[in-house]
Design a protein around this ligand. Sequence first.
Ligand SMILES: [Fe+2]
Ligand SMILES: [Fe+2]
Length: 273
Amino acid sequence: MRLLFLGDIVGRPGRAAVIERLPSLRERWRLDGVIINGENAAGGFGITEAICDEVLAAGADAITLGNHSWDQREALVFIERQPRLLRPVNYPPGTPGRGANLIDMRSGGRVLVINVMGRLFMDPLDDPFAAVDREIEACPLARVADAIVVDVHAEATSEKEALGHHLDGRVSLVVGTHTHVPTADYRVLKGGTAYMSDAGMCGDYDSVLGMQKEESIRRFLQKTPGSRMEPGLGEGTLSGIAVETDDRTGLALRVAPVRLGPHLEEAWPRFWD
Ligand SMILES: [Fe+2]
Ligand SMILES: [Fe+2]
């Protein structure tokens, strides 16, 4: 399968980049599945149902979330009727929505998508390692799922790498989100799992993590309350990872970074050109 994972959509620039570019990328690269983190899609904070529908219509098969899952309170309600929207799987029992789902990709094939949150420098949640293990045991790679994608929404690279190696050979892709800056460590691990510590964000990179830099700088300079954090206003860049998996094993064959738009050096999977 040909899979594309894109990092956190931040505000309008991120949404615009996805909506403008994704339909043609799906076609050009003959993508089988597209998964995007959307936790900052609504003005930098959470996701609304209208935005969720818009991103799915643009060509995403699944949308993952993170620590901003509930910033738009309506998400607590509509997530129950949207099986393609996932919140972290290790939230306490009783949390609305699901953290993992075997999702039919539009072009055929079924991908188990898991969203999990790290615990280092984040809210204390249930054990992410055990939570993902449980989901994979219930829906193993190759036997049930054609591919398994794990979005590790975490602050610490150590936790993401440890989870990557822990899952190596059992899932197709372990990719980090949340830190909004793409890392250069994309690779296929020894056991056949594709890995990247952070997918980066889909947003305006002339910013601080997608938000207007002036207010962010001010908050570091002066410890006084200021104005609201707002997403950048410039053109958005897409950032993420492209993975090709083996149809028999579901493991990764090759990976490439994806960076399309201003401010970052452009990158794309040349093996699909
Ligand atoms: Fe984020
Ligand atoms: Fe986050």
